[in-house]
Design a protein around this ligand. Structure first.
Ligand code: CO
Length: 220
């Protein structure tokens, strides 16, 4: 892996901007007027999981919020404000919570490993672990980490669904669909956890179904 200097990043940026403008004259000017992304991505801060590159999307096409272990809680003003802007102003059509197998934050939560201040943040993932303790006990130890990564995504999708932002959007019949995905570091592929929700009545059945899928897949 290359280890560029900060100066090198500016050089690469100039090359990138020049290449974009050469291939697509007017690209940057067209983005100045307005951003119109159809997607919002809530993902882990992990450097190996960059939203645009993984999905092949360009600047202007996906609105992104990332934090440790892709957690969504109603008291996080940062995350909730980002969702509010995406839904109310940008009118994104699809919002995906994207976890990843091998997530260090999820592993620390699974094993009660102390990492520092972030232990407090990861308490939210520990709560997910404890809520699904029976299920996790039934999963072979080598799959338990990945299973908790997936359960965490499912729980965070539910948390998004319960925000006032999403509830208000649905009650005024604005179309916004929530999704839960997991990304595998091992092959670079996204997997759909099949918890797509576009209405309040779907929350419970979608969650049950998605959780059952986690167990059946991990045991297979
Ligand atoms: Co992670």
């Amino acid at each position: 892996m290359s280890n560029p200097s900060v100066a090198e990043l500016f050089a690469r940026n100039r090359e990138w901007a020049a290449a974009m403008e050469r291939d697509r004259p007017g690209f940057f000017r067209s983005l100045m007027a307005q951003q119109r992304p159809a997607f919002m991505w809530i993902g882990c801060s992990d450097s190996r999981v960059p939203a645009n590159q993984i999905t092949g999307l360009e600047p202007g096409e996906i609105f992104v919020h990332r934090n440790i272990a892709n957690v969504v809680i109603p008291t996080d003003l940062n995350c909730i404000s980002t969702i509010q802007f995406a839904v109310d102003q940008l009118k994104v059509r699809d919002l995906m919570v994207v976890g990843h197998h091998g997530c260090g934050g999820v592993l620390a939560a699974l094993e009660d490993r102390r990492v520092g201040l972030a232990d407090n943040w990861l308490q939210h993932v520990k709560n997910v672990r404890d809520r699904h303790a029976n299920l996790l006990d039934g999963v072979a130890p080598e799959f338990r980490h990945d299973a908790l990564c997936e359960l965490n995504v499912i729980e965070q999708v539910i948390n998004v669904a319960h925000t006032t932002v999403i509830r208000d959007a649905w009650s005024r019949e604005q179309k916004v669909t929530l999704h839960g995905w997991v990304y595998a570091l091992s092959d670079g592929l996204l997997r759909d956890l099949r918890i797509s929700i576009d209405g309040i009545d779907q929350i419970e059945p979608a969650m049950r179904h998605a959780v059952e899928q986690v167990t059946s897949r991990e045991r297979a």
